[in-house]
Structure formats: C-alpha cells, structure tokens
Write a protein that binds this ligand. Structure first.
Ligand SMILES: [Fe+2]
Ligand SMILES: [Fe+2]
Length: 214
C-alpha cells in the first residue's frame, strides 16, 4: 500500500474509474473547486485533492449495499441512518480509505467522513470539501444561492458553512423533510461558535433549536 499521498491518490482515482460517469464528473468539479479554495486558504493541495477524490467513492452504491458496507466497517447505525442510508457513503469511504488505501491523514479522513452532514468541529480541509461539494459549478447553476455562498467562502469559511446550513434548513422545512440529528448537532455548534465570535450573549437554548428542528 502506498504511504505517499500521490500514490494513494492514484489508487483512489483508479477505483473511481469504475463509477458512473456523472459521479466522476461531479468529483472532478469538486476537486477543481476545492483546489481553488485550498490555494486561497493556503492548504496543502495534495491532501485536499485526495479528500476530494475520496469523498464520493461509494455515493453511487444502492442503499442496501451502503447499509451492508456500513455494518461491515463496524459503523454504529442510528435509526436516522437506517432511514436514509445515503448519508453513510462518507463514513464508509473514510473507513475504506483507511483500511484499503492506507490513508492515515486524520484531516483527510474527517473531510471524507463528514462531507454530507458536517460536524461541530471540522478541520479546514473538511470545511473546504463540504463547501466545494455543495457549490461546484453544476450545483451553482442549479441553485444561484450557491454562487453567493461560494463568494462568502473566500472571505469567511465558517460563515459560508453556516449560510449553507441555513439554506439546508429552509430546504428541509419547505419540503417537510426532517433534519438528520448529526447535521442538527453540527449546525447548533456552528451557530453557538458564530454567536461567541460575534460577541453575542449565549441566548440560544437547546429547546429553541429542538422546536425549530421539527
Ligand atoms: Fe457525497
Ligand atoms: Fe459529492
């Protein structure tokens, strides 16, 4: 197994070759977007590219296969995961990248694992991959608000993350979809951090979030 990032990236790209062309093109757009952000925020492009190519390694797998693989990887499944197995493709990819592709970079693995739902504390690479995944060119064309979030990400990555979470919240409430508890926890932490940084009093209580969630 290669110990260099270049070798790991070559293996992951070769594995992606067997995936549907539409998914490969999405990953190419995410990698381009993430590398652009990496240059802006002075992040190591090789690590960012590895995370970008790994993030959707199992995105195209059927829900039943994702549940099976998650169990094989030893992931703890919640009722929310069982209801939407698609959210498991990041955690599965992170586990497989570590076990089969010898990826040991914790920030890269976190970026792959948490790119769908987010997490309260994320390394910069993970924030970059999550955002690039949401505002790659095709998604900006589909939803113009992503252009604004992309613009904001050049000024303040955490603010862009929070804006994306707000957009997601509106989408979920508009369509009557529930929020995944892991994402909601992350969102709650991002709001708290934002209030702390802005010097706002800690007025947001857990019950208010719980009410807003339903
Ligand atoms: Fe994904
Ligand atoms: Fe993706």
């Amino acid at each position: 197994m290669p110990s260099s990032i270049t070798g790991q990236l070559a293996l992951v790209r070769a594995e992606m070759d067997s995936r549907p062309p539409g998914l490969i093109h999405h990953v190419e757009r995410v990698a381009a977007e993430a590398l652009d952000l990496a240059a802006h925020w002075d992040l190591d492009p090789a690590r960012v590219e590895l995370a970008a190519w790994g993030h959707d390694l199992f995105r195209s797998f059927a829900p039943a296969d994702q549940l099976r693989m998650a169990r094989e990887c030893g992931l703890a499944l919640t009722p929310a995961d069982e209801a939407s197995p698609l959210v498991l493709h990041g955690p599965i990819a992170a586990a497989v990248l570590r076990a089969r592709f010898a990826v040991t970079d914790d920030d890269v693995l976190a970026a792959v694992r948490d790119h769908t739902l987010g997490l309260g504390q994320m390394p910069l690479i993970a924030v970059v991959i999550l955002l690039a995944d949401k505002f790659e060119r095709r998604k900006r064309e589909r939803d113009p608000v992503m252009r604004e979030i992309r613009r904001l990400a050049r000024r303040d990555l955490n603010a862009a993350l929070l804006c994306w979470a707000d957009w997601k919240w509106v989408q979920e409430r508009t369509h009557g979809w529930s929020s995944h508890p892991v994402h909601w926890q992350a969102r709650t932490a991002w709001v708290r951090d934002h209030h702390f940084e802005a010097g706002l009093p800690g007025r947001v209580r857990e019950e208010e979030f719980e009410t807003a969630r339903s």
